[in-house]
Design a protein around this ligand. Structure first.
Ligand SMILES: [Zn+2]
Ligand SMILES: [Zn+2]
Length: 219
């Protein structure tokens, strides 16, 4: 290796084989527990998506934070940001934004753990791995960013959605449809309407009577 570096960086590609942009050389850091280095990384991460939103394949994922050598491995902390695109759940037009994910993970060196202790706590508790020389931050960024992708994207907080009657995009077009009846009340309204028609004559007579009185009082 080329010896210690004052500042960690990703993507040294001078060795012929391709290293990801999120692989850090941590050899010198790990030689001195307690050392902390500032880290700024950027690159693309493929296949980050949930059902309604995704980070574009060629989009730049950024990580700004620090790594610190600890007794049990290396702590990675900072903020990951990435642009996302998706489909608005209300108007079905394209939606987009920038996600931001807080990160703080202790990465363990499998060499420092007995085999039985590695991954004992089930998938959720399994620590990220750090090697003697390398730390690949990409799996940490991937997991954190996917958690922050919107499950129900909106093109805007004030999106007015589609008219359920004629399908017009109400952000662009005013239609003349009646406002929709809330489905929770429509059944009730139907029942009340039926009852009203049965007693309609009686009610009308009463209303006319009242109206007549009101007119008389008004004069
Ligand atoms: Zn919308
Ligand atoms: Zn309409």
């Amino acid at each position: 290796m080329s010896g210690s570096r004052g500042r960690l960086h990703g993507a040294p590609r001078e060795h012929g084989h391709r290293r990801g942009p999120f692989v850090l050389n941590v050899r010198s850091l790990r030689a001195r527990p307690g050392t902390r280095h500032e880290v700024h990384l950027a690159g693309s991460i493929s296949e980050m998506y949930v059902s309604e939103a995704r980070v574009p394949e060629d989009a730049e994922v950024r990580f700004d934070g620090w790594v610190e050598s600890t007794r049990g491995g290396v702590t990675v902390a900072g903020v990951a940001t990435a642009p996302w695109v998706g489909v608005c759940r209300r108007c079905l037009e394209p939606a987009s934004g920038v996600l931001s994910a807080e990160i703080r993970e202790l990465c363990r060196d499998p060499h420092d753990l007995d085999v039985a202790g590695w991954g004992d706590g089930g998938d959720d508790d399994e620590p990220y791995a750090v090697g003697r020389d390398d730390l690949d931050v990409e799996p940490i960024l991937r997991d954190a960013c996917i958690l922050e992708l919107p499950l129900a994207p909106l093109c805007s907080d004030t999106c007015r959605g589609l008219c359920p009657t004629c399908g017009a995009n109400r952000n662009r077009d005013e239609c003349s449809c009646d406002p929709p009846i809330d489905p929770r009340w429509s059944a009730l309204a139907g029942r009340a309407g039926g009852a009203a028609s049965q007693v309609g004559d009686e009610e009308r007579a009463e209303n006319e009577g009242e109206a007549g009185q009101a007119e008389q009082e008004g004069e």
